[in-house]
Design a protein around this ligand. Sequence first.
Ligand code: FE2
Length: 344
Amino acid sequence: MTARLCALTCIATACLAGAVPAHAAEELTLYTTREPGLIQPLITAFSTQSGVKVNTVFVKDGLLERVKAEGARSPADVLMTVDIGNLIDLVDGGVTQPVKSAALESAVPANLRGADGQWFSLSMRARVLYADKSLPLTTFRYEDLANPKYKGKVCIRAGQHPYNTALVASMIAHDGEAKAEQWLRGVKANLARKATGGDRDVARDILGGICDIGLANSYYVGQMKASKEGSDARKWGDAIKVIRPTFANAKSGGTHVNISGAAVARNAPNRANAVKLLEFLVSEPAQAFYAETNYEYPVRKGVALDSIIASSIGELKVDPLPITEIAKYRKQASALVDKVGFDQ
Ligand SMILES: [Fe+2]
């Protein structure tokens, strides 16, 4: 088909050079660990706007292993995932490539993207304090979680969950390993129950009177408070107030965030379209979508927050320590969680 078209329409030299027929379908393949429901509307909007067909492949586990195994024949153009650790693993695993794009560089702050454009953040989530509404708390420091006055009052999911190892890594980056260990032992001593379950269970257990405070991600607040009136999730969401914690020794007073992000695959067959998709995802309408639909914080400045997030959590002041610097300590953080028996 291609050869025949070529014979009809191309001059011989163009055919020899492998020229692509002008009508060839524009497409790209997206590998994503994010739930398809969350990103599909964005992908559909991209296809409508650009005319690029997107083949979305939902990869629940083993994204890096899969792309590695596929090697040079991998159909993947864009790799999308959550957590800084996962993105850095993709870079270290050699399955990404550098991208130079003025649109991406102006939309994504330097501390939220990889060196040489090897990955880009697309949205942020803050690790915030859920507290019983009746507590007279207005500010909070992560260090306070270890204060003995909260003995038997703290709920949190497993220390080995990436959301928590990233925070422990951040604590190591701020205070050093010895202090971070002391802190983690203090938090462990304050636990009201085993460190397990999910982030929403912190709100559930505050409502249930099991604990007074706990740490969880910011977008769950939007999910719970937007749930149907009378539903369990709505009751949990309505039982808490939310505070953006800061680090005691950081003068700047920022809150710990993690990210969702994406990279262009090393062997992307449709590289130009891959870059187009990333540029679309940091455009204003796409960033507003992340805010409204996923209750995440946009990475692009000037994009309005979801109204529930705006009223119950507010504008985010991000811990200025570069996220790549924090990520260097994640293995150490994981070892520390084991060392103090946090999840036992
Ligand atoms: Fe989550």
